[in-house]
Write a protein that binds this ligand. Structure first.
Ligand code: SF4
Length: 373
């Protein structure tokens, strides 16, 4: 495959200088991204805490394809139409200032609001729920409305909103919040959920119907696998399969046909279920719109050796999709980074006379598998 300058980039060794942070003291330090044995690694040295390395991709070929492709299709905005969100005045700048600072080069496509840190689950790796945090935090309706207006009043209004938590549907006023989102002009209203409100044996169907009627478009449904044993390992709860199935059934019943299965990928546990989840999605294609893979975040206290053992990259997921579907979704298919749909989005927005949704994000974000389904 040839780069725009004529070089065959699959044959060239990948090398890039960049900056990162020391995982111990969080100081910004120089880093290198290098190709070694068909893998891509980041290497960096902190003067105080020494040398660190971490695997970025288990396939140099795949990494070069996505990164060089997006170099050629440079969709990043210049940031002028994206006034900074953050008021922090930390003189060190990015990444110590929170929010969208003026070094952020793309507009906000998806607003995310944590509605609560309460949750009916208590997953062992979670740091977001009230039981682990030790305090309860829940914005009022007035505060939520203010945040929504902030996103809609930007010079390029944010078109989509996702409610997260904790578990957002433990709030009794969740249907009201969906309506508030539509009233504020959000085109796509999404709920990141373990399924709680939608699956309840008493009232789950009515709750699903009410949310749908009030403007909920999509469920971003936690879905680690189809076997109870797997779900028990990740969520520490027995017999979760019927719980997840009730969500799908209730969505089907009320006509909510946009469920995205979100699989947290943990090496040796949920990665073994990648093929099962794809088959489940195909079997329920009238309701399931796609699958999103979220490699488990390795951001807590963990040794470098353990991290290397359980690190899972996009390329690992692609290899497993190929293996577990018997090559029906092949590693040799083109796995495009999300940013490659920018031009298509512009055409659709022009034809439909709506605000463009521009996913000018990092190339390590893959297009979800929904296009394949
Ligand atoms: S379901 Fe989500 S929010 Fe609730 S405990 Fe598990 S990871 Fe945390």
């Amino acid at each position: 495959m040839y780069h725009i300058d004529g070089t065959d980039y699959l044959k060239e060794k990948y090398y890039k200088k960049t900056q990162s942070v020391c995982p111990e003291c969080l100081q910004v330090i120089d880093a290198e991204v290098v190709e070694e044995d068909d893998e891509i690694w980041m290497k960096k040295t902190c003067e105080e805490h020494g040398f660190f390395k971490d695997k970025i991709s288990s396939s140099a070929k795949y990494y070069k394809w996505t990164h060089f492709g997006t170099d050629e299709w440079n969709f990043l905005k210049n940031g002028e139409a994206n006034p900074p969100d953050c008021n922090s005045s930390d003189p060190r700048g990015c990444p110590y200032n929170c929010g969208l600072c003026d070094e952020h080069l793309s507009t906000c496509s998806l607003a995310l609001i944590d509605l609560t840190n309460r949750c009916n689950f208590n997953c062992n790796f979670c740091y977001a729920n009230v039981k682990k945090a030790g305090y309860w935090i829940e914005p009022s309706l007035e505060e939520i409305d203010r945040v929504m207006k902030h996103f809609r009043n930007k010079s390029i209004p944010t078109p989509a909103i996702m409610f997260s938590g904790g578990e957002p549907t433990v709030r009794a006023d969740f249907p009201e919040i969906c309506k508030m989102a539509k009233d504020n002009g959000f085109k796509e209203v999404i709920c990141a959920t373990n399924g709680y409100g939608f699956q309840r044996k008493k009232g789950g169907l009515e709750f699903t119907k009410k949310c749908f009627e009030n403007g909920l478009d999509t469920l971003y449904l936690q879905f680690d696998g189809i076997n109870n044993e797997t779900l028990e390992k990740t969520r520490s709860i027995k017999n979760l399969k019927p719980y997840k199935e009730r969500v799908i059934e209730n969505c089907r019943e009320v006509g909510l046909t946009s469920v995205v299965l979100v699989q947290t990928v943990v090496k040796g546990i949920t990665d073994l279920e990648i093929g099962n989840v794809i088959q489940y999605a195909i079997d329920n294609i009238d309701v399931v719109r796609g699958i999103v893979y979220q490699p488990v975040s390795l951001c807590g206290r963990i040794t470098a050796e353990d991290m290397e053992d359980i690190r899972i990259t996009n390329a690992d997921v692609i290899k497993e999709v190929d293996r577990q579907t018997g090559g029906k979704i092949s590693i040799n298919d083109a796995w495009y980074p999300l940013s490659t749909i920018v031009e298509l989005g512009r055409i659709v927005a022009y034809l439909a006379d709506v605000e463009p949704v521009e996913f000018t994000c990092h190339p390590d974000l893959l297009a979800p598998i929904e296009q394949t389904l």
